[in-house]
Write a protein that binds this ligand. Structure first.
Ligand code: UDP
Ligand code: MN
Length: 383
């Protein structure tokens, strides 16, 4: 086994290398080795990253250069390349170059040490969600609970929401404590979010048919009532499949909007029945069960305004009747229902239900054989 340098030594080493790079570049700048060029754009970090620009002949691979000739020579080569392309160098540009070289060196060092580099600062959605828009915000309520499929399901939903502007994701865990894995997932995707917890009351946990996700959704309703003034609330379970067009359908909901949901019950569909005047006249669902609103949780959205007006309305703890109970208490008439998805002719959400997996048998991976290996580290991912 090759002894590994402790992390602090690695960091100190990297810092020293970056400092060297900075010194070399500054020295060369001062001694006037950089000429000037007509096209400043032709000299860029692309060169340092070895993405050749058109016909400038900067073909030396920095990785190879470093590994073959040492860090200083690599920097010399780099400086020469830049020098021949020439440009007026600004301080910012020099810093950019130093950063690029440092990144490449860091990669090489990490590769040498046989470790994987992880970049904890990446935020995948910030480019989009950082932009303020005038769109009404969709408050997307997702109940979730610990099980083998939880992280894969939330990953898929997060990546769906990356494509949705003006969304605020309220993730409510049915748990006594907030999961750090979920917290870091939420941070990583940069989707505006609120991370809450609300446990199913003990008395329901024992029953065969459970009111799944009810405590979570009700906690989210409380949050919306305390924090929101306008927008729309949508109850988006973690295991469904959402077409991103759905969110633009619901965005301007006045009171309640509805649309079809695929893969619900044996008939494969739950939908309002819409006549040729575009009015909801009935409901189609494989399990009517005497419900006034036989719709799926994924098949409707309500305006924040209505949620605020009906300040005492929550979802009932009655399995199968959560949607109906909630909608009935909102006191809506059939004409209040806004049919969406092209008069309910399109399916933009599916009740996919991720196949449930048995909890993992950890005994195989727990043996001495895997001590100190990646298999040990992977255990925290396994439920
Ligand atoms: N859920 C929960 N606690 C539970 C069971 C379910 O928070 O004990 C969540 C689950 O993550 C999902 C929603 O409640 O977002 C509905 O549950 P599920 O998908 O299992 O119900 P189904 O779609 O089968 O009605
Ligand atoms: Mn589900």
């Amino acid at each position: 086994m090759v002894p590994r340098a402790p992390l602090s030594k690695m960091a100190a080493g990297l810092f020293f290398i970056c400092f060297l790079i900075y010194l070399v570049i500054i020295t060369r700048l001062e001694s006037g080795q950089f000429g000037t060029v007509s096209d400043p754009a032709s000299f860029s970090s692309r060169m340092l990253m070895n993405h050749p620009t058109s016909g400038s002949g900067d073909g030396i691979l920095l990785h190879d250069t470093i590994s073959n000739s040492g860090v200083i020579t690599a920097i010399d080569n780099m400086v020469n390349q830049i020098g021949t392309a020439g440009t007026e160098l600004t301080e910012t540009r020099v810093k950019d170059i130093s950063n690029e070289i440092a990144k490449q060196i860091a990669d090489y060092v990490v590769q040498k040490l046989g470790k994987t580099a992880t970049n904890s600062n990446v935020c995948y959605g910030c480019w989009k969600h950082g932009n303020n828009t005038d769109l009404p915000v969709i408050y997307l309520v997702t109940p979730t609970y610990r099980r083998p499929e939880q992280i894969p399901d939330l990953t898929r939903l997060a990546q769906t929401l990356l494509n949705v502007p003006a969304v605020h994701w309220i993730v409510v865990e049915d748990s006594s404590s907030l999961s750090t894995v979920i917290a870091s997932l939420l941070k990583r995707y940069g989707i505006p979010h609120t991370h809450l917890k609300a446990q199913m009351p003990e008395k329901y946990k024992k029953s065969k048919l459970k009111p799944r996700g009810v405590a979570n959704r009700n906690a989210a309703l409380d949050w919306v009532r305390s924090n929101c003034k306008s927008g729309v609330v949508y109850f988006a379970d973690d295991d469904n499949t959402y077409d991103i067009r759905l969110f633009e359908e619901m965005r301007y909901t006045k009171k309640v909007s509805m649309w079809p949901v695929g893969l619900v019950t044996k008939v494969g569909l739950s939908s309002p029945v819409v006549n040729n005047k575009g009015v909801v006249i009935d409901f189609f669902d494989g399990w009517m069960a005497n419900r006034k609103f036989p719709v799926d949780m994924a098949g409707f959205a309500v305006s924040v305004q209505l949620v605020l007006e009906k300040s005492d309305v929550y979802m009932p703890y009655v399995p199968g009747h959560e949607e109906d109970g909630f909608l009935k208490k909102l006191d809506i008439t059939p004409t209040d229902i806004e049919p969406k998805a092209d008069r309910c002719t399109q399916i933009l959400v599916w009740h996919t239900q991720t196949k449930s997996n048995s909890p993992a048998n950890r005994t195989t991976a727990a043996g001495k054989r895997y001590k100190g290996t990646n298999i040990d580290m992977l255990q925290e991912w396994i439920v």
